[in-house]
Design a protein around this ligand. Structure first.
Ligand SMILES: [Zn+2]
Length: 452
């Protein structure tokens, strides 16, 4: 190999190398948390981190729910306090060899370590962690045990954590790399959710785009619907970002499975290395490298920026969502003021209810109310009514089908909030006084022969 070729290979993620790591892990057979094969998996990852040239490689044992686990932690250390965690998990579901979940993710993680270790000084310390016990539900006790143990062990050092980025379920040929900002239960406030903050999603999108491997948000086809959906329905899927978000840190995971294309061998004995594709691993690897490069230089943001909407690779944050929501109320109120009387009353009540829902759940509220509030005051026809109903219908349809596929188990909105949303939507469809909400037509003048 020429020195130049060697340098070029070092600078980018090698899909074949990631596939070799995933294959080596899957060849162990199913290796769930606490099993002897799982120890072999941890040892393999540690050996690969050392080979990649990382400074400090550590097997970090922990015990939770009377099960022994081992996280593998390796560091590229820089002088500052701040650090970024990049992660995957080496344990599997009880019956699955886990080539895809999460052998592919670990393969990419090792490749990232190799590429970044060969570069010079970095803006921030990067900690590579292969977690154990991500699938700890299989013991029937808790979730994401390894990442929870890691955060506990950090203690006060956790304050210097900028963000955690986990690579999940990657390397499927038919997959599409996307970020998965899923809302998880807030352990401190019943009924509330935590989700990846706006700044982190923005930084991850920008980083992957700069790396020439732009990530989508949630789903390659249904991204706009995915975003209100995860804030409306309780999604049952998660990654190790769950532990970080629930502990009050900024975190996010990426995968190339999504609602519209979900890996068919998920958690099955058939999750074997022949299902993986080196080009798909390389695609996710390039995107992940871009995300890490972005996270090591982006200014730190707050973990509490839950309300945002991503479109066209950009992220709109909460203040603009509220401005948009308030502006969408104006056409209806204007029509109400012109009509006066009961029509005005209806418009004011509708605006108050919409405003309340917008304040509590901006993204789902905008999703169901923006189109009817903008469109119906201007034109009431069968097609504007249909268009105005479509977003709400699509949201309900996605929720029902996701629930049928076992991805969803409940809703985030309280019953009274759903009632407010329903009434606000129904009132948006009520007339504006006069016929059909349109200025009455002037009767046509009778034709007077030719000419004018
Ligand atoms: Zn997984």
């Amino acid at each position: 190999m020429s020195p130049l070729l060697g340098l070029l290979l070092a600078a980018s993620v090698d899909g074949q190398a990631a596939l070799r790591h995933a294959s080596a892990l899957a060849a162990l057979g199913p290796h769930p948390w606490g099993s002897p094969r799982n120890q072999a998996a941890a040892a393999y990852v540690a050996a690969q981190f050392r080979e990649a040239g990382l400074d400090a490689v550590e097997l970090a044992p922990f015990e939770r729910h009377a099960v022994q686990g081992t996280n593998v932690i390796a560091t590229l250390r820089e002088p500052g306090e701040d650090f970024v965690v990049v992660a995957a998990h080496h344990d599997t579901a009880p019956e699955a060899p886990g080539a895809y979940d999460d052998g592919g993710g670990v393969g990419i993680l090792i490749e990232l370590a190799r590429v970044l270790a060969q570069e010079g000084r970095r803006p921030r310390t990067i900690v590579f962690v292969s977690f154990d016990g991500e699938e700890s539900w299989s013991t029937g006790k808790g979730t994401t045990a390894g990442s929870r143990a890691y955060i506990e062990r950090l203690g006060p050092r956790a304050r210097s954590l900028v963000a955690a980025f986990a690579i999940e379920m990657s390397g499927w040929k038919r997959g599409n790399p996307v970020l998965h900002p899923i809302a998880y239960a807030d352990p401190h406030e019943k009924g509330r959710a935590v989700i990846a903050p706006a700044w982190l999603v923005r930084a991850a999108l920008a980083g992957s785009r700069e790396a020439g491997a732009a990530l989508g948000v949630g789903d390659p086809w249904l991204s706009w619907l995915y975003q209100p959906a995860v804030r409306t329905f309780r999604v049952r899927l998660y990654g190790d970002d769950l532990s970080f978000l629930q502990a009050g840190h900024s975190a996010l995971h990426a995968s190339d499975s999504s609602f519209s294309a979900f890996y068919p061998d998920y958690h099955e004995p058939s999750d074997t290395a022949d299902k993986l594709d080196p080009a798909a691993l390389e695609r996710m690897g390039r995107a992940a490298l871009g995300v890490v490069r972005s996270l090591e230089r982006v200014p730190r943001g707050s973990a509490r920026e839950p309300h945002w909407f991503a479109a066209f690779g950009r992220v709109v944050s909460a203040p603009w969502l509220l401005v948009l929501g308030a502006a969408s109320l104006l056409p209806g109120l204007w029509r109400g003021f012109r009509a006066g009387g009961p029509a005005l009353g209806v418009r004011v009540v509708q605006a108050l209810l919409a405003g309340l829902l917008l304040w509590r759940h901006p993204v789902p509220a905008l999703w169901i109310l923006l189109v009817p509030q903008l469109l119906l005051p201007l034109r009431r026809a069968w097609w504007t009514m249909l268009l105005s109903l479509l977003p709400a219908l699509a949201l309900v349809a996605l929720g029902v089908s996701a629930s049928w596929r076992g991805f969803v188990n409940g809703v985030w909105l309280a019953p009274w909030e759903m009632a407010v949303g329903f009434v606000a939507l129904a009132l948006a469809f009520l007339g504006f006084g006069g016929r059909g909400g349109r200025a009455p037509r002037k009767p046509k003048a009778p034709r007077k022969g030719r000419g004018r």
